[in-house]
Design a protein around this ligand. Sequence first.
Ligand SMILES: [Zn+2]
Length: 117
Amino acid sequence: MPKARKVPTRMCVACKQMKSKRELIRVVRAADGGVRVDPTSKIAGRGAYVCPTEQCADAGVREGRLQHALEVPIPQGVHDELRRVIAGMIASQAGESQPKVIRIPASAGLHRRLGAH
Ligand SMILES: [Zn+2]
C-alpha cells in the first residue's frame, strides 16, 4: 500500500474538489473583519480556499460561495486581487509538468524556467 500522504488538503469553495493546500489559494477574513487574499497562508483568521483558476475564483465570488464560507461580503478589490494572484500563479506554473506528484522543493529554483531556451 502506498504511504499516506501528509499534505493537508482543503476544498475549493467553488468546484468542491479536494486539493492540497499548496494547490489552492487561501482567502481569509482577518481579525479586523477585512477580507484578504492570502497566498502564503500567513494571515490568521477564517479561511476559505479556491483553485488558482479564474473559473473557480469567479464562481467563488459571483455565486457567493466565498462570502458564504467567510460570512462576510467579498469586496471587489479582493476579487481583483484574487484574479491578479491567479494570473501570476498560472504564469509561474506554465511549462511545469508535474500534474500529480507533489514535490516540496526546499530551495529549488523557482526561476529555473525563466531563461529556458
Ligand atoms: Zn475549484
